[in-house]
Write a protein that binds this ligand. Structure first.
Ligand code: ATP
Length: 523
C-alpha cells in the first residue's frame, strides 16, 4: 500500500500517539510530541528494555547522565572537531541541503521541507519542493532528474550516504567523498562541514572566549557513560566484563530531518556500553547482536523484517573493528534501528589522554593492567517506537460474501507494548447494576495496569475503537455477570466476557481469576 505511511501518520495524530511539535504555530521541524497513547507505548518500550538489560542482569548497571555536556568531553571524543555532515546552501531558495542529496550533474536535489516525503507517497504538513539551481531550468525536468538521482546517484558513484556522515576524526577516504560538487555554474555553494551539535551557553557570562561558558546538548548518551566509567566502577566494585546502560535524550541538528520521527533533531537513545578485556571484544559483539535481535522479536518485530548489515571496512568509524547495523523494513525503506559496534578502547583511551587521569583496569587475578575495550549496542527509542507502530498497523477486510464492505483498522501490538492493556465495557450504560459492576472490575485492575473504561455507543463500535489503538483485551460486563442464566440455562454469575483483539474470539472468565489471567499475558 503506497499510502501506508500517510495512513499511519494520520492515525498517530488522530488517536493521540504522535503530534508535530509546536503544530499550533506551524510546527518545529524535526521535533515531535508524544500524545497520551504514544507516551504509554514509549514507556512500555523503555521499561521492557530496562527490565531485560538492567534489572534481569547482574553485570549491567544503570545511569542517568546530564544532557548539558562539558565542552572538554566532546572535544576529547572528537565531536567538536568532527561530528558533522557535508552541507550545501542553495543561494536561490536559501535552503540548506546535505551534499549527498544533490545531483552533481544537474545540480538539482530533492528538498524535504518539514516531514514531507513525496517519493514514498506521504506527506505530513508542508508540500514537497524541488530545488531549482538554475532559474531558467524546466521544473518538471528538474523533478524527474531529482527522482532518478536518488536511485542512480548513490550506486553509480558508489557513494554510501554513510560515508558522508563523519564521526570522530576524518579519514582521507571520507574527505574524498565530498569532491562530488554540483555542476559548474550552478547556484550551490561548495560543500562545507556542518557540525550537528547544538551549542548553548551556561550561566550569565557574556565572555565568549570563556571555555566554561560553552556547553553542548549531548549528541549521544554514550559519552556521559565513558566519562563516568571510573566512578561507576569504583562505587559499585564490579568486575569486567560489565556494562553501563542509559536511556535518555540526545540532540543532533540534522540538516534535513525526515521520514516522520525516524530522523529527528531531538530523540531518545537506549545505549549500553559493555566493557571487556580486549580478547573478548569481537566475540561479545556477535553475542550482543544475537541478544538484540531476540529483543526485537520479543517486542513484536519479526526476525524476517530485520536486516543485518555487517558494515564493511571504510564505512565504519575508523576506531571500530566491527559494526553491525540492525535495520528494519519501514514502509519508506530498509533503515537502521540500532548499531552494535565494537569500539575497541578508543573512547576510554581519548578520555584518559585528554583528562590525564588513568582509566585503566587492574585485574586482581591475572595482575593485568589495561584500558578496557567496549561493545556498544545503541538503539533509538523513537525509531523502535515507529517500527512498532508500522509493524502493528493492519487493515483487515471482514466483508462477508455478498455483504457490505467491512474493514477494521487494528494495531496488533504485543500486550507488553500495548498502551492500554484492557478496556472495561458495561453492555449498556443505562443499567446502573451493569455500570456499578463494571466500575468494580475497573477498580480491581487499575492499580496494576493501564485500563480504559468506556460505556458510550454499541458494544461492537466500542470493540472497534479499542482495535484501532491496539488494546489486546476487551472485558464486557453483561446480564450474565449479574446472575441471569444464559440461553442454555448456565449460571455465569460473576464472570465476564473477554474478547481478544486479534482473533476477535470471546471467552468467559471468572472475575476472581481476571487479574492473574491478565498479568500473565501483559508482561
Ligand atoms: P544514521 O546513520 O541514521 O544517522 P547513526 O549511525 O548516525 O544513524 P548512531 O550515531 O549509531 O546513528 O546512533 C545510534 C542510534 O540512535 C541509531 O541507530 C538510531 O536508532 C538513533 N538515532 C540516531 N540519530 C537519530 C535521529 N536523528 N533521529 C532519531 N533517532 C536517531
Amino acid at each position: 500500500d503506497p499510502q501506508k505511511m500517510e495512513k499511519i501518520v494520520s492515525l498517530c495524530k488522530s488517536k493521540g500517539f504522535i503530534y508535530q511539535s509546536g503544530e499550533l504555530y506551524g510546527g518545529l521541524n524535526g521535533c515531535w510530541d508524544y500524545g497520551p497513547l504514544g507516551t504509554e507505548l514509549k514507556r512500555n518500550l523503555k521499561e521492557y528494555w530496562w527490565r531485560k538489560n538492567v534489572q534481569e542482569r547482574d553485570d549491567i548497571l544503570g545511569m542517568d547522565g546530564s544532557i548539558l555536556t562539558h565542552q572538554a568531553v566532546l572535544t576529547a571524543s572528537g565531536h567538536v572537531g568532527g561530528f558533522s555532515d557535508p552541507m550545501c546552501d542553495c543561494l536561490l531558495s536559501k535552503a540548506r541541503l546535505r551534499a549527498d542529496q544533490i545531483d552533481p550533474q544537474s545540480g538539482t536535489a530533492y528538498h524535504y521541507t518539514g516531514a514531507s516525503h513525496e517519493e514514498s507517497g506521504w506527506s505530513v504538513e508542508r508540500p514537497f519542493s524541488v530545488l531549482l539551481t538554475d532559474p531558467n531550468q524546466d521544473e518538471n525536468k528538474a523533478r524527474k532528474t531529482a527522482k532518478e538521482y536518488y536511485s542512480q546517484f548513490l550506486s553509480d558513484k558508489q557513494i554510501s550516504p554513510k560515508k558522508l556522515s563523519l564521526q570522530g576524526e576524518t579519514s582521507s577516504e571520507e574527505k574524498d567523498t565530498t569532491r562530488y560538487n554540483p555542476a559548474n555554474g550552478s547556484l550551490l555553494t561548495e560543500p562545507r562541514e556542518f557540525n550537528l551539535m547544538f551549542q548553548t551557553k551556561m550561566g550569565a557570562s557574556s565572555d565568549d572566549s570563556d571555555p566554561n561558558a560553552v556547553a553542548y546538548l549531548r549528541p549521544e548518551t554514550a559519552q556521559t557513560i565513558f566519562v563516568q566509567y571510573k566512578n561507576v566502577l569504583d562505587s559499585s566494585r564490579v568486575k569486567l566484563p560489565f556494562g553501563i546502560a542509559q536511556i535518555g535524550k540526545a540532540f543532533r541538528n540534522e540538516i534535513n530531518p525526515r521520514n516522520f520521527t525516524f530522523r529527528s533533531r531531538e530523540f531518545e537513545q537506549m545505549e549500553i556500553e559493555y566493557f571487556c578485556h580486549p580478547d573478548d571484544g569481537l566475540r561479545l559483539t556477535d553475542e550482543w547482536l544475537e541478544k538484540r535481535l531476540c529483543f526485537y522479536e520479543e517486542i513484536g518485530i519479526p526476525r524476517e523484517k530485520l536486516h543485518i548489515l555487517d558494515v564493511p571496512d571504510g564505512e565504519r568509524a575508523f576506531y571500530s573493528e566491527k559494526t553491525y547495523d540492525i535495520e528494519y523494513e519501514f514502509p519508506f525503506g530498509i533503515q537502521e534501528l540500532e548499531g552494535v559496534a565494537y569500539r575497541t578502547n578508543y573512547d576510554l583511551g581519548v578520555h584518559q589522554e585528554h583528562s590525564k587521569k588513568t582509566l585503566e583496569y587492574f585485574d586482581e587475578e591475572t595482575k593485568e593492567r589495561f584500558v578496557p575495550h567496549v561493545v556498544e549496542p545503541s538503539a533509538g527509542c523513537d525509531r523502535t517506537a515507529l517500527a512498532l507502530i508500522c509493524e502493528a498497523y493492519d487493515v483487515e477486510d471482514l466483508t462477508k460474501d455478498g455483504g457490505k464492505k467491512d474493514e477494521r483498522t487494528v494495531m496488533r501490538f504485543k500486550p507488553c507494548i500495548a498502551p492500554i492493556k484492557a478496556a472495561i465495557l458495561p453492555l449498556l450504560k443505562n443499567k446502573p447494576e451493569l455500570v456499578e459492576k463494571a466500575k468494580e472490575v475497573k477498580n480491581l485492575l487499575q492499580p496494576f495496569m493501564n485500563v480504559f473504561y468506556d460505556e458510550a455507543a454499541a458494544i461492537g463500535r466500542r470493540y472497534r475503537r479499542q482495535d484501532e489503538i491496539g488494546t489486546p483485551f476487551c472485558i464486557a460486563i453483561d446480564f450474565q455477570t449479574l446472575g441471569e442464566a444464559d440461553e442454555d440455562g448456565n449460571d455465569l454469575t460473576d464472570t465476564v466476557t473477554i474478547r481478544h483483539r486479534d482473533s476477535m474470539e470471546q471467552e468467559r472468565i471468572a472475575i476472581k481469576d481476571l487479574l492473574p489471567w491478565l498479568l500473565e499475558r501483559i508482561r
